[in-house]
Design a protein around this ligand. Structure first.
Ligand SMILES: NC(=O)c1ccc[n+]([C@@H]2O[C@H](COP(=O)([O-])OP(=O)(O)OC[C@H]3O[C@@H](n4cnc5c(N)ncnc54)[C@H](OP(=O)(O)O)[C@@H]3O)[C@@H](O)[C@H]2O)c1
Length: 163
């Protein structure tokens, strides 16, 4: 077992998280929440996710990227070939661990007993997409916090959930 970690994601009501390599929405408040929540912490993500967030190591974050390509290693960015290896690399580092996606990374992480907390922005829309968040509803039943919000295009709820 590694130490407890967080999952952080935004998904539509039908659990869509991505489309054609991008987020299917642009919600500045959610982006700011994600940045603030993960600043100074350890972020674990898949390679494609990292390609769309090339400045992951800014704001004192330490990024661990799941990839077989070790060439992406640079100051502030480590590479791991499996989630277990990534969690092992995170173990001695200071700060909380946030697993940030994409689909396969979330699917694997959510089944682990160390997945203690889920920060989920639930976007109240059914959207087309090609990447999905796993069904969390049975596993994460305790609502730690809940805040409704909206912008001109979207209605969404910031949820913090525990098992
Ligand atoms: N809404 C959200 O919260 C959220 C969060 C994250 C991503 N997204 C969206 O999801 C999409 C990107 O996610 P994705 O699922 O397509 O890709 P991804 O997980 O970001 O990257 C996939 C790559 O990561 C590596 N990888 C993933 N899991 C691995 C594992 N268990 N072991 C070893 N390597 C692993 C492999 O890299 P190599 O091929 O280099 O070996 C794989 O090709 C985009 O649309 C993005 O916008 C949304």
């Amino acid at each position: 077992m590694s130490r407890p970690f967080n999952l952080i994601a935004a998904c539509a009501e039908n659990r869509v998280i991505g489309r054609a390599g991008r987020l299917p929405w642009r919600i500045p408040e959610d982006f700011a929440y994600f940045q603030q929540q993960t600043a100074g912490q350890i972020v674990i993500m898949g390679r494609i996710c990292h390609e769309t967030w090339s400045r992951a190591e800014c704001d004192r974050r330490r990024a661990i990227v799941l990839s077989h390509d070790r060439a992406l290693v640079r100051p502030g960015v480590l590479a791991a070939e499996s989630l277990s290896e990534a969690l092992g690399l995170a173990e001695p580092l200071s700060g909380d661990i946030y697993v940030c996606g994409g689909q396969r990374v979330f699917e694997e992480a959510i089944t682990r007993p160390e997945a203690a907390r889920l920060h989920l922005t639930l976007i109240h829309a059914e959207l087309e997409g090609d990447r999905y968040f796993p069904d969390w509803r049975l596993g994460f039943t305790r609502v730690v916090s809940r805040r409704e919000s909206a912008d001109a295009l979207w209605r969404y709820t910031f949820l913090t959930l525990e098992r």
